[in-house]
Structure formats: structure tokens, C-alpha cells
Design a protein. Sequence first.
Length: 477
Amino acid sequence: MHMNPQIRSRKRQYPEQHPLQASPKKKQKVDHPSGSQLPAAFWDNLSEVWLTRNALRELDRRNQQSTPSVLSQAQPSIPLTLERFARQGGPDLSDLRGHPEPEMNSRRSKYRVQKPSLSVSRSASRGSSTSRSTKPSTTKSSGPYDRDFQQHLIDHGIYPHAYEYPDGRIPQKPRNWSDIKERLARQRSSLSPSNFTDEMHEKFVRADAHAFKEKQITESVISVIEGDNGDARCVAGGIPFRNLDHLTDGTLVPGNPDRYYGARPEQLDRQIRNKLDDQIVPSTQHDLPVAPNFFLAAKGPDGSASVARRQACYDGALGARALLSLQEYGKDEPRFDNNAYTISSIYHDGTLKMFTSHPSRPIASDKTEYYMTQLGSFSLTHDAEVFRQGATWYRNGRDWAKEQRDEAIKQANERVTNNPGISSAVNESFGTVCEVSSNDSAASATEQSYFSFNATDTPEESLRSDSPKRSQRKHDE
């Protein structure tokens, strides 16, 4: 049946559509290794392999893969010919005259006459020597953060505290290192002897002694050190940074700090968030803090302090890269001022250590390097005075990191606003977001603020028997 051309022309004509061209490109997922079994490329690219538990596991894995393949390919070149030749006893050597007996060296003779030892017999009864496990029975697992992990970081220009170059040179401290220490040492009224008493410190010591797991440390110990941390939407932890791009060659597990502080996503212009997504947005859960630059790694008494240091070094470098990407957003060439804008801390067995992480680029190199430098160390269980000093540094460091983060976000937003043709979706009210007062005399946020702080009772007040009413407290943490 043929349709009339006039009738056919009356039908609504739709323009030709190309949905594949109209839809935006989907962001490619960042693939991170999972678990402690690192990919083979991690081991192949190490400048030096340390004898760690993970290295022995990798050796076992390679032995199990290589042995069957070699045996399956070991085929004799002329099996039928040799079989026929040796069927009747081999060649006739009766015509040979005057040829000396074949000599065997002492090593071959020794192994021929020596009886197999008990250890060899036992190993043979368990199976082939190539398939024996080399896994140690007493080594404590450190997960992925072992000495080979640290070697990998060093090979890619991420240097731990107190690193020394092969030629004896020592990396320079950040230019603002002294300024940071001065800022962190400022007194806080909330940690005065009248507000944090010796009795409260005794309770803290007992809480530390009774906490054996990392979760217990975080809930009952770290919470006392932190005090009131402000807006709970600016702090998170225990969430792998799977959305961040690789810091090295793609063979490392994602960062996973026990605690980190960042900005609320809406503080930052949406265009910047989309552009720097894999640099500043740690998780695909996009309501979590972005651009983190204050980290904590906490370990129980049975945990490893060296593991905590490596974790803090890795997390600190990720935070330093995030702040650098914000500071240099919209600029042609990145400029390195050798200042630190990121702090990472570790807590282990009553001791708090704090470090800076800062990026730098050596002369005649296009590779960004990251350096970890210790700020201070405090034995918080020693006495109340040392606790007050360490907690003061920690809380001031958290406030200082927020100041650096807010300034970087402000400048990035202004560059978008001042750029013609780019519309900014930033609300000026975000100046009160995630506010943690750096001045202990500052009052709480007013009711006119766009965001109010619904903080629960601070841990230190829960330790005090004579704490004032909640309505009479100052927001001084």
C-alpha cells in the first residue's frame, strides 16, 4: 500500500537526533587495587624490594604460576628416537680401549653418596620444593603499608619525615614551618587548667588504657583530643578515597584515613568541582567533605607506629595535591611557593605526632614531589600539662588547616566569577559553613546564620562532673 505524498507530508517532522553526541561524556572510574595483594607492576617497578610479608606472598604467587607452565613446556626434542636408541641398553661401547674413567668433582660425588636429610625428606613428603609456602608464621601483618609501600612512595617522589637523599642531602622544611608552629602553640581557653582538670586527664589515661581497637581509640580517646569539631558535615573517616586519581603509577590502594577534615561540597563552585573532581573529591558519595587537608591515623596499642607514619605520609600527599590543584585552578602554569597547607597526625599508644605535607618541584624537572615534615610530638598520657599542649596543637592545627582550605576555595571561586562567560553558583553565605572558631572567646554562631551548629556535648565536658548547662557554654572549640 502506497501512502499519498501529501498526507505523508502532514505528519510531524522530528529533527534527526544524535543521542550519543548530545550526552556528556561519562567520567571514567578510577581503578584502585583492593586488599593487600598488590598488582605485579608494583613489584616490578620497585627500585628495591624489602623482605616483607607481602613480598613473600608475591613470590609464592609467582612460583605457583611459573612452575606448571615451565614443566608443561619442557618437552624432549626427539623423544621417540631416544626411546628406540635406549631400548636395547644404549650404544655398544665394547670397542672403546684405553679411555679413562669419567671423573666426578667432589660436589657431585658428595651429593650422590649423601643420604637425604630429615628436613629434605619431610619437605619432599609435603610436595615439590618450588611450591612450598614462604609465608612467615610469626610476622605481624601490616596490610599494604609495609616497607615496600614506603619504597614505592620514595621511588615516586613522596618522601617521609627525616628522609635523606643518597648523596646525604636533607629535604628542606616548608617555608612557613616556623609560622605554623607559632600558630599551633597559641593558647585555648577551653584547655586551661580550670577547664581541663587533672581529674579529667586521669579519665583520659584510663580510656586510652582500655581501648584496644582502632574504633575504640577513635570513639573514646580521639574524641577527647578533638573536643568540639564544629560542623559534623565537614569531618569523615574510614572511607577509601576511591574517587581520587592515582598519586603514583596506579598500583597503590586508595588512601583511607581514620579521620579527615574538608569543606562541604557546596562551598566550591560546581564548575570547579567537576573540573577537579578526581583531585579534590575523595569519594563518589558526593555529600562528604571535599578538598581534605587535615588527616589523622589512629592505631591501637597492638598496632604499628610505622604503619601509621606511612599512612599519614600517603594521606598528607593526597591532601597537599588537592590544595595545590585549588590554588592553581585557572592558572597557566603551577607555581610552587614551598609552603605547607596540609597537616597529618598519628596517634599511637598515648603519643600524638603532627606533620606537614607540602609539594615542590625540583629545578629542571616536571615531576611534583611531596615532603613530610614533623611539627611536634606529645606524650598525652604523661600528665595533664602535656595533654593540654598536645590537644592545643591538634585543635589549632585543625583550625589552621580550615583557614588555608577556605582561602584556597575563595580564590578559586573568585577566578571563576571574574572570568567572563563563566557563571558562578557560589552562595556567599557559605562563609559560615564548617566554621570552627580559632579564637576561644568567639561566641556561637547566631540564629541569623545560614547554618547552625548542632554539636553534642563535648567529650571533655562529659568527663567533668560539674559541667555547666549546654545553653551557657561557649562555642570555643
